[in-house]
Design a protein around this ligand. Structure first.
Ligand code: FES
Length: 100
């Protein structure tokens, strides 16, 4: 069952990718212009640290082996297997929540 969990305040998320640890879950949050995107902090290939990924538009590149994913839907560029898990975000006032 999915549930909404608070990630932080809007101001907590800058232009780089921010890692938020929620219990045993690692959630990476990227800001692109005025939009926030949340995705798994661990790469689906070999658990590379996605908060250290390179960001280019809506595409993140894993720092370990260069797999590239679109954070809007988790799709891997060029191939369509093992997508990156992405999470729905909801902003209420200044609070950012993620649906896990
Ligand atoms: S761990 Fe991310 S591409 Fe290998």
């Amino acid at each position: 069952m999915s549930e909404w969990t608070r990630l932080g305040s809007v101001a907590d998320f800058g232009e780089t990718i921010t890692l938020v640890e929620l219990g045993r879950s690692k959630i990476a949050v990227a800001r692109m212009q005025d939009e926030l995107f949340a995705f798994d902090g661990l790469c689906p290939h070999l658990a590379g640290p996605m908060h250290r990924a390179e960001l280019d538009g809506t595409v993140v590149t894993c720092p370990l082996h260069g797999w590239r994913f679109d954070v809007r839907d988790g799709g891997r560029e060029l191939h369509d297997y093992r997508p990156l898990r992405v999470f729905e975000i909801r902003i209420e006032g200044d609070e950012v929540h993620v649906k896990l």
